[in-house]
Design a protein around this ligand. Structure first.
Ligand SMILES: [Zn+2]
Length: 301
């Protein structure tokens, strides 16, 4: 199984709830466990400007490239600095590379990405550029016919939902805490959860959603946002999933997709546990589940 990673994802953003050092910690942990070696990890490249313009308005891209504080960059809840903007531009290249490797091999894991609150014309949340949208758009161009985005981050994938609102080759699914940021957009399927939802209810609802997505939409490619923030000890949310519950969530998505011969492209999303060790464990569990279930027979489809 292959991984995509860049040390440039770690950026100094001052005191902030978003731990940009989690990427290195995940990489390091998986390397120590022998899941990552020098031969199965790949460095992303910065996308071309003309490709970025497929997902961004020109004025907004100009703001980003010139590090301008404007009405478009201001809502980001991140500092407007070159380091973090460049990291998120590179991250678009990272999710695209992950998608390409997924198409070749059946599965790939991006130690990064999931910036699903970014829109074509403005930043939001901690997101300047939506790497999920970028990867999906590029894969559609390369002949993938039906992509399902399975977004299991704590927060709704509002930027992704809005971008693909009228695109029927992409099915957007988001399962999230309902009474929380962001202002909701309309995904093809939304499951808004009440505060306090625990493993059992979460997994039941996910099972129902996957049956519908795999059965009715029948994708030939799946992008999975494996957010670590539905966790019981997350600082930003009020869902109550355990480490074990989140691992079962990963198994449900990944193994079911593999059984249906659907390639799975994983990106990370958020994770703000009180103890960063838990965030690392949740993200590493996703990789462990994937590595254990690999190799899929996805390419035979
Ligand atoms: Zn989130």
């Amino acid at each position: 199984m292959k991984f995509v990673y860049s040390s440039a994802y770690q950026v100094d953003i001052g005191t902030h709830v978003f731990p940009t050092h989690k990427y290195y910690l995940i990489y390091d942990r998986l390397k120590q466990e022998g899941i990552i070696s020098d031969s199965n990890v790949f460095e992303p490249e910065k996308p071309h400007t003309e490709d970025l313009l497929k997902i961004l308005d020109k004025e907004y891209l100009d703001d980003l490239l010139n590090t301008r504080l404007t009405a478009r960059t201001f809502p980001s809840e991140m500092p407007v600095n070159k380091g973090i903007i460049n990291a998120q531009i590179l991250c678009c290249g990272g999710s695209y590379l992950t998608a390409k490797l997924t198409r070749e091999c059946g599965a790939c894991y991006h130690i990064g990405g999931g910036f699903h609150h970014a829109f074509s014309g403005h930043a939001e949340g901690f997101c300047y550029l939506n790497d999920v949208v970028f990867a999906a758009v590029m894969m559609l161009e390369q002949g993938i016919k039906k992509i399902a985005v399975v977004d299991c981050d704590l927060h709704q994938g509002n930027g992704t939902a809005k971008f693909f609102e009228k695109e029927n080759r992409v099915f957007t699914f988001s399962m999230h805490q309902e009474y929380l940021y962001p202002k909701k957009e309309k995904s093809d399927l939304d499951i808004g959860l009440d505060n306090g939802v625990e493993d059992e209810e979460y997994l039941q609802k996910l099972d129902f959603a996957l049956t519908r997505i795999l059965g009715e939409f029948n994708p030939d490619f799946l992008i999975y946002l494996a957010g670590a923030d539905p966790y019981i000890f997350d600082q930003l949310g009020s869902l109550r999933l355990t480490l074990e519950g989140l691992k079962k969530r990963d198994e449900m998505v990944i193994i079911r997709a593999f059984k249906n011969k659907i390639p799975v492209c994983v990106v990370l999303g958020g994770g703000y546990a009180t103890d960063i060790e838990d965030t690392i464990e949740i993200h590493c569990n996703t990789a462990r589940v994937m590595a254990t279930a690999f190799p899929p027979k996805a390419r035979e489809k």
